[in-house]
Design a binder for this molecule. Structure first.
Ligand SMILES: *[C@@H]1O[C@H](CO)[C@@H](O)[C@H](O)[C@H]1NC(C)=O
Ligand SMILES: *[C@@H]1O[C@H](CO)[C@@H](O)[C@H](O)[C@H]1NC(C)=O
Length: 422
């Protein structure tokens, strides 16, 4: 029903804009949405030798300015000539991007709305899956940025890039999973001793550490490779009449605060998957399933969802309090050698785009997330996150001329054409 009305609206619009060419008085029918803009930027360069690690934070990076509706963000590692670098050479552990306010030496982070905003506060962030994961925010929704800053403050953006050069590594997976024995580190970045039980993860592959590589690569005498994060942002000028803002929630399967009855979320970001027992192996049951509960503070329409998994990941799902499936996000493994399709690596994650208005979460609803990994072998430093966009429940949504499209080009169906029929 809804759909056919929409199609009717489109047909009517086409007719009326054709008429508009001859009748200037009908120009008001042709309500045009702001124009979609897309721009590609480069991060500052970073330098890697075989085995090397960078975990850099770049402040005040190039980014759209002003009051804008963010629609998508994609990134990848490229070399000095602009060529995409495959994951088996430079493993992109993660990149993340977020705005902050700055005034002299004072800095205030602008985080998302999720329970993990202290550790996973970013607006966008992905890892090896970045080249084949859709980040498009469906119309009429958008991430609203550039709202008025506190007096004296300016809004800026930072990017964090964590990359590992695995050229010449005898065990590329061990380097990518930050196995402590391969990095030969005994203290973490802050200088604290790494506990015996911690066999791998972010505490062992911080900036400037080095993973084990074969002798010929270790001292090959070549200068370090110069690399960049190349990122592409799509956005429109913000319009209250066209855009509906969304809240970003990042949920982490390691946050067990609700299970534990603890009022404060504790998002550990990463965890370890142990190798399955021989009994499980005999039963062909080497799947590590981890679940937790996370709360969303504000209810509304779920408009986009995607999970983040590392290599070994089998799939992830998100469920409402009554058990209904909100999203299932599955990894795409590469099958070749070229950038974007590297064999054995997660090169993309499937995403969920529920039809607008059909999937809702309520205020304070407790969601259950499931994160599955293969436990055929041990995996360290793995992640199980869900990134979701939720549009607040709002009365005025009905009055909005919300039938606007910015893809492949921008235009809107005027509200009067369809609102009285739905
Ligand atoms: C590991 O680190 C120790 C102490 O820093 C050093 O003596 C040893 O040579 C290192 N081993 C390797 C294989 O790099
Ligand atoms: C996770 O694993 C469990 C147990 O094998 C399975 O029932 C479930 O369907 C899996 N979920 C996803 C999203 O892969």
């Amino acid at each position: 029903m809804k759909r056919s009305m929409l199609q009717l609206g489109i047909v009517t619009l086409v007719v009326s804009s054709a008429t508009a060419a001859f009748l200037p008085t009908t120009e008001a029918f042709n309500v045009r949405a702001p124009q979609l803009k897309t721009q590609t930027f480069l991060s500052p360069p970073f330098f890697l030798r075989p085995g090397g690690v960078v975990n850099k934070w770049y402040y005040d990076v190039d980014f759209p300015r002003g009051h804008v509706a963010l629609k998508s963000f994609n990134g990848e590692v490229v070399d000095d000539a602009g060529a995409p670098v495959p994951l088996h050479e430079t493993y992109l552990h993660h990149w993340l991007v977020a705005p902050y306010y700055v005034y002299g030496q004072s800095m205030i982070p602008i985080t998302n709305s999720g329970p993990c905003k202290d550790s996973l506060g970013q607006h966008f962030g992905l890892g090896s899956e970045t080249r084949q994961t859709a980040t498009w925010v469906p119309d009429p929704y958008a991430i609203e940025i550039g709202k008025p800053a506190p007096a004296g403050y300016d809004e800026r953006w930072f990017i964090n890039v964590h990359a590992i050069d695995t050229r010449g590594a005898p065990d590329k997976l061990a380097c990518a999973e930050c196995r402590c024995d391969f990095y030969n580190v005994t203290v973490d970045e802050a200088g604290s001793r790494i506990g015996n039980g911690y066999v791998g993860g972010l505490h062992c592959c911080y900036d400037s550490t080095r993973c084990r590589v074969d002798g010929a690569f270790a001292n090959n005498g070549e200068p370090p490779r110069k690399l960049f994060l190349r990122y592409t942002v799509s956005w429109l000028d913000w319009s209250d009449a066209v855009h509906v803002p969304v809240r970003i929630y990042i949920l982490d399967v390691t946050d067990t605060a609700l299970f534990d009855g603890n009022p404060n979320p504790y998002c550990k970001v990463e965890y370890r998957v142990d190798e399955c027992s021989s009994e499980d192996r005999a039963k062909n049951n080497c799947v590590d399933m981890k679940t937790t509960e996370e709360m969303v503070s504000h209810g509304g329409d779920l408009v986009y969802a995607v999970a983040h998994l590392h290599r070994g990941g089998l799939g992830s799902s998100l469920h409402g309090q009554d058990g209904r499936l909100l999203c299932k996000s599955m990894p795409i493994y590469g099958t070749g050698q070229e950038a974007g399709n590297e064999e054995g690596y997660i090169v993309g994650m499937s995403t969920c785009y529920p039809e607008p208005g059909t999937v809702k979460v309520s205020h304070g609803e407790v969601l259950t997330m499931v994160s599955n990994y293969s436990s055929e072998r041990q995996h360290t430093g793995v992640m199980g996150h869900f990134y979701i966009l939720v549009a607040d429940q709002q009365e005025q949504a009905l009055n909005k001329p919300a039938l606007c499209f910015s893809f492949p080009y921008s235009w809107c169906v005027p509200a009067w054409m369809w609102s009285n029929q739905m």
